[in-house]
Design a protein around this ligand. Structure first.
Ligand code: FES
Ligand code: FES
Length: 199
């Protein structure tokens, strides 16, 4: 991956020993939402562009494209990343999870269900990234505090200001995933957020 920026050109026209180190296309073998994908990608293609343009997984959103908004958040080997800052080529051998991989048929993932139940969105543009950030948190910390949730989603901007409901939904999801909550049970995680004027 690391090397000269010189384009590959016609290999036959190059003197021996001056072949560029940089390859225009790179073979990758990765898993996306449990399905293996093997093929060549442009060396400069971001994971975000690969997911959206090559695989058609448009649930992952293109916001700033500069690592500032979190709309493009996905998991790579369980770690939350901004996919606009990650090269697809660097995901060779890795496991990628996107918002499309959460539901099982018509059954929403508990985090998705909690966001739906608590109206934890307005325009919805940031929602896939917010949900992936919450998933990354709950996968390693199944019963987070409110402060831990706030920290976990702090890299995901919501221009609609739905933060109180997003935090409440994350806490509700933790209840659902631990078997303590039900989608129609008022729950203890509302902390007033469900009464706010975020919609
Ligand atoms: S689109 Fe990646 S951080 Fe904004
Ligand atoms: S719901 Fe609109 S940006 Fe978050």
């Amino acid at each position: 991956m690391i090397g000269s920026r010189e384009p590959a050109g016609d290999p036959a026209a190059r003197p021996a020993g001056t072949e560029p180190l940089f390859r225009e296309r790179v073979l990758v073998d990765l898993t996306v939402n449990g399905r293996r994908w093997r093929g060549e990608v442009p060396a400069r293609r971001t994971l975000l562009a690969f997911l959206r343009d090559d695989l058609g997984l448009t649930g992952t959103k293109l916001g700033c494209d500069t690592g500032n908004c979190g709309a493009c958040s996905v998991l790579v080997d369980g770690q939350l990343v901004y996919s606009c800052l990650v090269l697809a080529a660097s995901c060779d051998g890795r496991r990628v999870e996107t918002i499309e991989g959460l539901s099982r048929g018509d059954a929403l993932h508990p985090i998705q269900q909690a966001f739906l139940d608590l109206d934890a969105y307005q325009c919805g543009f940031c929602t896939p990234g917010q949900i992936m950030a919450v998933k990354a948190l709950l996968d390693r910390n199944p019963r987070p505090t409110r402060e831990e949730v706030v920290t976990a989603v702090s890299g995901n901007l919501c221009r609609c200001g739905a933060y109180p409901r997003i935090v409440a939904a994350a806490l509700r999801a933790a209840e659902l995933m631990s078997g303590e909550g039900r989608p129609d049970a008022g729950g203890s995680s509302g902390d007033g957020a469900g009464k706010g004027g975020n919609r």
